[in-house]
Write a protein that binds this ligand. Sequence first.
Ligand SMILES: *[C@@H]1O[C@H](CO)[C@@H](O)[C@H](O)[C@H]1NC(C)=O
Ligand SMILES: *[C@@H]1O[C@H](CO)[C@@H](O)[C@H](O)[C@H]1NC(C)=O
Ligand SMILES: [Zn+2]
Length: 444
Amino acid sequence: MCLKSLKITNWIVFYFGLVGLFWQVECVDNKYDNYTLIKLYPNGIQQIEALKYLEVPEHEVEILKKSRSFNDSTDILVSPNDIPFVKQFIKDESLIYELKRNYGRMFESVERTPKRRILRGFSIYEYHSFSAIQEYIDNLAKRQSDLVKLQNLGTSYQGRRMKLVKISSDHSAQNPIIFVDAGIHAREWVAPAMALYLIHRLVNDPDARKELDGVDWYILPVVNPDGYEYTRTSRANRLWRKTRSKNSQFECFGVDGNRNYGFKWAVSGVSTNPCDKETYAGPKPFSEVETQMVRNIMMENSKRMKLYVSLHSYGQYLVYPWGYTGDFLPKEWKRLDTMARIVSDAVQKAGGQPFKVLSAGKWYAAAGGSDDFAFGAVGVPYSYTMELTNGFEFIYPERLLRVVLPQYYEGFRAFATQIKKEFCSKYIGHRCKNNSPEESETNS
Ligand SMILES: *[C@@H]1O[C@H](CO)[C@@H](O)[C@H](O)[C@H]1NC(C)=O
Ligand SMILES: *[C@@H]1O[C@H](CO)[C@@H](O)[C@H](O)[C@H]1NC(C)=O
Ligand SMILES: [Zn+2]
């Protein structure tokens, strides 16, 4: 069944001298039904190079994920028409591959059933609409006004009101800040779900007082709400990635928010074609109101911000700068790497898969990412992109959220512990004392 996203094509028909105009309503909701997901495993530099050839726009090959190491797949979605071309390509390059046919038919399993939801109330282990997420946050801020403060950031391109969630046990203490954002890429639903879960745990879990003591959490759970809502309108739009801003010169929408940040903008790994569905960097740095908001949060809090984590999916990676180049690393790379491995160990200890830890640009360079901007332009000492989950591409099943979200939470606890150890002059037990001198004097 197809109720939404009707593609309306008008045809002018000349018929015995009469001109008839009629609409052909074509249902495109199942656009991806007969597409094939192909996972290509490069095992050498030559094959890595060859994979770039798939990016030519003439082919309707959608690249879902690029390989970041040998034996790590580049995942592509191929229309029935392009299967012969891709088959030949695989043969010519002797690539190892796996495939899943009828890929779009999997999308159904995560479709929303809003009525059932309303009856059951809000569950943290489900994918929600942007308005439901906002409502949850508003209620939380009302109920726990001592702990949770909301900062209005303005509106998205299409007018959705965006709010930064600030969680602190003492908002006046000038604690080090951990800033987490999610959902710059519309289709990566598990990322906003994780951000919301993090908010939920920090506010509702009595044990989380430890994570809150001496450090402030700033969380923006959906950076790109227009894109996010667009992916919810139909299965045909489920894999949208970019924002939804309109390009005036071209009949195309959207910018890749994670290529739009103003640090080494567009020097590598971007498309300059506004109609590119994946990596269009935008007409200029920070052309998007949504990336401007994240920039402003970073700039306004630059002195106190010690950790930035941008949540994405998928691949189970925890990567650090530089993203714009693989030729060299920042001189502080060792501590970035060490912290990431501690976090990965914590997730593994909680039963999760360990992260693959490396620099973002090591395998393929891509400029204009938020992690590079935080680290290189703002001076945030620890900056990461976290690619959540592996195994279901962007269609991570809702039923598994209650398994993985708590595992990732342990990673965030490890982050907080490390940040406090490093940025509190007095770190006693779990308590960070350097930010309220009066208190530490009387207590010590
Ligand atoms: C998928 O393939 C089936 C069988 O060939 C065909 O009937 C159907 O129309 C196709 N669906 C789409 C969306 O192209
Ligand atoms: C890739 O995987 C295969 C089989 O699992 C293994 O034999 C090979 O050593 C791996 N190559 C690298 C570079 O890790
Ligand atoms: Zn992403």
